[in-house]
Design a protein around this ligand. Sequence first.
Ligand code: UDX
Length: 439
Amino acid sequence: MRVVMVGTGYVGLVSGVCFADFGHEVICVDKDPKKIETLNQGGIPIYEPGLESLVAKNVRAKRLSFTTNLSEAMKGADAVFIGVGTPSRRGDGHADLTYVYAAAEEIAHNIASGDSEFTVVITKSTVPVGTGDEVEAIIAKHVQPGRYAVASNPEFLREGAAINDFKRPDRVVVGTENERAKSVMRALYRPLFINETPILFTSRRTSELIKYAGNAFLATKITFINEMADLCEAVGANVQEVARGIGLDKRIGPKFLHAGPGYGGSCFPKDTLALTQTASEAGAPVTIVQAVIDANDKRKSNMADKVIKSMGGDVSGKTIAVLGLAFKPNTDDMRDAPSLTIIPKLQNAGATIRAYDPEAMKEANHLLSDVAYTDGPYEAINGADALVIITEWDEFRALNLHRIKTLLKTPIIVDLRNIYRPETMKMQGFTYANIGRPV
Ligand code: UDX
């Protein structure tokens, strides 16, 4: 199959590279010449474990290439994916579809002037219900019916685990009722049939909604366990045991029940917001998702209060060491990271922040002010009045607790990800606060 991927952001790049690794011939297209130049020189514009070597391998095998020239790329293409960004529109929280429609327009012109007999145009970006219809209307203005089909194929990739998620998904969802498009999509995902991955064909609108419903459900699950954690703290119960106790019920399932400082990232905050907008406009408001959004926003701010309380109610003039800034480990992504709410609130209360993150400090530096970044975790901790863990990078789990204790001015640890055991902390003589477990 010949595949074109429009947009080399997170979704576009990972999907393009993985399709190439499936054996297809993939050309990734982006309007940004700098990005294409970086990629052509073997560089990767995003941080994702394993991606760089997978790109190199497929470029070497001549299955993967990068260009700014869409017309060239589209010659003989069987499938053209739209993988451009859909940021939240300022003001109303709707997904901004400017880039999607601009890509559709350009793709339409190229199908019209090209000689491909049949092209499937697929939206891979997360787009609100009905976007596929708009894309189809744009293409129909320029191209004869029968020469194309428009399908939806949402991605369910997690940052930091994206390659594995692409190659070993729980399911593939494809929204199209066009038989020819279905067989193109089946051929594209054929390597997954070996491990019997279900491929679910639905209507285009249903497929578009599945993506939002999935993310909103997961965000709800996290928010639910976060509220249970607060309740556990209030009544003296243990949230990890609650999570295990309910998670063993197959109807609930054990995943996404880790209580923490609130979800962040590029998907959950944006997609939950867009879903509530779509739903209320459609006259079918999803009140539960609105409650999740409100609870999650409030939670991030509550986490700063938790730190202040753990430090005796007053942090003015105090120095706080923060470990972990990214919204989760194995990424440099700072979008909607809890650290972006917690740190400024601590600063407003008079604290000085020293922080370390293995990957996200460069990104954080654009978004936070007056933070001193250090070369390693111990440098951040040295002489601080307390240590706060915001992101659960593996390297923080194995820190030398004895060394931490001697470096801290006062032995206070606030562990917002429950990476340490309360018993160990007590034994080591720390004042230890965590999420929903009795100390
Ligand atoms: C998510 C979805 O998982 C993925 O399917 C979709 O395509 C994009 O959005 P991602 O944002 O990369 O992926 O990260 P994920 O691992 O899902 O975590 C999202 C947020 O939830 C993070 O802030 C994480 O810390 C938080 N989280 C996750 C919890 O607080 N507890 C959990 O149990 C799981």
